[in-house]
Structures are given as structure tokens and as C-alpha cells.
Design a protein around this ligand. Structure first.
Ligand code: HEC
Ligand code: HEC
Length: 358
């Protein structure tokens, strides 16, 4: 031990005193630059969407995780992203219909799950952000959310004992900017992957879906058959083999015939987009209630009953909802089977994965 400390000191002494051309020892090289982060996901997932100007690194993901739980990003230093996106509820807001910002004012939309967003391409219920980097800039200044000036948040982060070093490690600069904060948050969010549900283990990874659909052997497989068949859910929540359980598109699924929230129309200004909202993933929906953009349904039973008998007609109703709008007439058993299928998408290890914790 002593030798290990003394030897370099003696070496340095000879190098400097005798001006020898000594090379740094390569037995213990200093780490140079951030380390590539290898996103791991099952082979039945496709390649994720990683922007070329924000490649994931171990240091970037670690910084993003710290920032995700950092109350400095809010006006009164009480609220973080994690306040409204709680891992135990698949990163939604603790069963609240509407989240409360720091000024205790409620918004008008239900918090969204953060699950497998590395495969997604438009964010928020109305898709107003085209990347996670862009999305992450929103909540900090949103008056009904964290209600903080970016300039002030940057001052606080820059004066913090840890952040300048952590930004240096992740981005090789200690000059903190909101763009870098957003990049780090996006890297962390892309690392949040759910792929360990019963449906992953027993069907997606073993390619046993087709067999179960031709010859369903239990109530779960009967539910699967409804989902991919008569109940038409797959049109928007993913066809056979899809691993996201969302088509990542926007639809009017018939919740209303007149619209308090115009959804996608607010972004595109096109009246034909009225009442269209982002299809949410059904992964972990057991934990993400209440449901829909305005959290109107308390339980999955209410959601299933809506699709069974409550679909409302309007000019923008999705063509794939036309059959459901006539009424599905599911029996009590069929509704229970469909629910059992939805519950098979629950990933319990995800809810307590230490990599995503504070
Ligand atoms: C006060 C509660 C609150 C806070 C704090 C908050 N969010 Fe959200 N988040 C929401 C709500 C509500 C929505 C849906 C809003 C909408 O569609 O208009 C949302 C949507 C999102 C989405 C979109 C998901 C998707 O599938 O499109 C992401 C990503 C997200 N938030 C990340 C963050 C990050 C990162 C932070 C911290 C910088 C943060 N949120 C802070 C409540 C919150
Ligand atoms: C035409 C497309 C479409 C079809 C078909 C469809 N959905 Fe949806 N689903 C959506 C959209 C869009 C939303 C969000 C709507 C909103 O919030 O305004 C949604 C929301 C949900 C939610 C709430 C998830 C959450 O986190 O809030 C559940 C659960 C759900 N659907 C299950 C189903 C089931 C089960 C079926 C089949 C009976 C089905 N969906 C058929 C598009 C569709």
C-alpha cells in the first residue's frame, strides 16, 4: 500500500526535477469523458429512439435521476418531477385525478406514466412536445406545476456543492444550462423500462400469443382473445406482438360528444383533431388510475364498462371505434377476462427497481 503511494511520488520527483520525458502510467489511467450507457431491453423490443445529440451515458443517466428528484427545480424548492411521477404508481401521481402544483392549484389533466418512453415520439396528452428533451423544459416554468424561472433554477444548481461536478462528468462542462438539465432528465427517462410482466414472461418472450389465440386454455387467454379480436382494443393499443401497448398516435376513443378539452386540436389547430388524445400504454395500468386524460374513471372496471356500453359518437370519433359505439355486449365473464388480461401487463419489479429510485 505504502509502496503504491510512494512510487508515483518518487517518479513525479524525478520527472520534474530532472525534466525527464515521463509518460503518465497506463496501469491506472484517469477516466476520460463519460461512459457509454447500454440500454438493456428484450429482443422482442425494437431499437429505441435516441437523438444523436443526446447519447446516453452512465454519468448523464445518474445526473438525470438526481435532477428528477430535485426540488430545487421548483419555485419554493418543495416539488420535483418525482412528486407527480411516483415510481410506485408506474410514475403517475399517487392516484390523484389532477396533480397539484407548488401553489396548490390543480391542472386539468391526469399525470402520465413514464414507461418505455425511449420508444415514443410525441409527449403530453395532446402531443405538444416532440422529444423528451423538449418535454422536460415544460414543467419547471409551468405556473400550475413547479412554477420556477429557469434562470433561478440554474443559479441554484450552479451554487450547489455537487451539481457543477456532476454536469462536468456528464457533459464535460460545469456551465449549467437548461438545455443540459433537459438532456440529463431525458436520458434518465429513457432508462425507465418495463418488460417483466407476466405477459412478457409467458407470451411475448416465448412467442406463444398466436397459439393462445387459436386455442385459449384459461380465462387470461380468453381475455387476450377479446383484446386482439372482438373487443378491438389492439387497433390502438398494439397488434399481436407489439410490446408498447400503444400505437403512439392520437385518437378520439368516444369519451364525449362535446369537448371541454380539445386535445390534439390545441396543437394542430385542425378541427378534425378535436377530442383526440395520445393513446396511453396499457403496461402497468393496474397502478395508473384514475384513467383517461382527465382521470374520469376510477377503476379498470369502469374503463371496460365504458368501452362495452358508453362510447359516444361525434364528428371525430375514430373509425376503429364505430363497432364499439354500437355496444360490445360483453358478458360479466368476458369483462372479467379482459380485465385479467390487462392485469397480466403489470410489472411488479418495475415499481421497486432500485435504478429508478430517488
Ligand atoms: C405538478 C405535477 C407534475 C410535475 C411536478 C411534473 N409533471 Fe410531468 N406530467 C404531469 C401531468 C399532469 C402531465 C400531463 C400533462 C398534459 O398532457 O398536459 C405530465 C406529463 C409528463 C410527460 C409526458 C409523458 C407522455 O407519455 O407523453 C413526461 C415525460 C413528464 N411529465 C415528465 C416530467 C418531468 C421530467 C418533470 C420534472 C421536470 C415533470 N414531469 C414534472 C404532472 C407533473
Ligand atoms: C380508437 C383507438 C382506441 C381503441 C380501439 C381502444 N382504445 Fe383505449 N385508449 C385510447 C385513447 C386515445 C385513450 C386515452 C383517451 C383520453 O384520455 O382521452 C385510451 C385510454 C385507455 C385506458 C386508460 C389508460 C390510462 O392510463 O389512463 C385504458 C385502460 C384503455 N384505453 C383500454 C382499452 C381497452 C381494454 C380497449 C378495448 C376494449 C381499448 N382501450 C380500445 C385509444 C383506444
Amino acid at each position: 500500500m505504502i509502496k503504491r503511494i510512494i512510487t508515483p511520488i518518487i517518479g513525479l520527483y524525478f520527472c520534474s526535477v530532472f525534466l525527464l520525458n515521463c509518460k503518465p502510467s497506463d496501469t491506472n489511467p484517469l477516466p476520460i469523458g463519460p461512459t457509454v450507457y447500454h440500454l438493456s431491453y428484450p429482443d422482442y423490443f425494437t431499437a429505441p429512439i435516441i437523438p444523436s445529440d443526446n447519447q446516453m451515458t452512465l454519468e448523464g443517466v445518474a445526473l438525470g435521476r438526481k435532477l428528477f428528484y430535485e426540488p430545487i427545480l421548483s419555485g419554493d424548492n418543495t416539488q420535483s418531477c418525482g412528486s407527480c411521477h411516483n415510481q410506485a404508481f408506474s410514475f403517475t401521481d399517487n392516484t390523484l385525478q389532477f396533480s397539484l402544483g407548488i401553489d396548490k392549484i390543480a391542472g386539468n389533466r391526469n399525470s402520465m406514466a413514464i414507461v418505455n418512453l425511449a420508444w415514443d415520439k410525441a409527449f403530453f396528452w395532446d402531443g405538444r412536445s416532440k422529444s423528451l428533451e423538449e418535454q422536460a423544459l415544460g414543467p419547471v416554468e409551468n405556473p400550475v406545476e413547479m412554477h420556477e424561472d429557469w434562470a433561478n433554477a440554474i443559479l441554484e444548481l450552479s451554487a450547489h456543492p455537487d451539481y457543477p461536478t456532476l454536469f462536468n462528468k456528464a457533459f464535460e462542462t460545469s456551465i449549467i444550462t437548461k438545455t443540459l438539465v433537459a438532456k440529463a432528465l431525458a436520458q434518465f427517462e429513457r432508462s425507465i423500462i418495463s418488460s417483466n410482466s407476466q405477459f412478457d414472461r409467458d407470451y411475448l418472450s416465448t412467442k406463444k400469443i398466436e397459439g393462445a389465440l387459436t386455442n385459449p386454455k384459461n380465462s387470461l387467454e380468453m381475455g387476450m382473445k377479446l383484446f386482439y379480436g372482438k373487443a378491438d382494443c389492439w387497433h390502438c393499443h398494439g397488434a399481436v406482438g407489439d410490446f408498447l401497448f400503444t400505437d403512439r398516435a392520437f385518437h378520439n376513443n368516444g369519451l364525449d360528444s362535446t369537448f371541454a378539452d380539445k386535445g390534439l386540436e390545441l396543437v394542430t389547430k385542425n378541427v378534425m383533431d378535436r377530442g383526440k388524445f395520445k393513446t396511453p400504454t396499457l403496461r402497468n395500468s393496474q397502478f395508473t388510475g384514475p384513467y383517461m386524460h382527465d382521470g374520469r374513471f376510477k377503476s379498470l372496471d369502469e374503463v371496460i364498462e365504458f368501452y362495452n356500453s358508453g362510447v359516444k359518437k361525434s364528428a371525430t370519433l375514430d373509425p376503429n371505434m364505430k363497432e364499439l359505439a354500437k355496444g360490445l355486449n360483453l358478458s360479466t365473464d368476458e369483462k372479467a377476462e379482459l380485465k385479467e388480461f390487462l392485469l397480466s401487463l403489470s410489472d411488479y419489479t418495475f415499481l421497486s427497481n432500485p435504478n429508478y429510485k430517488k
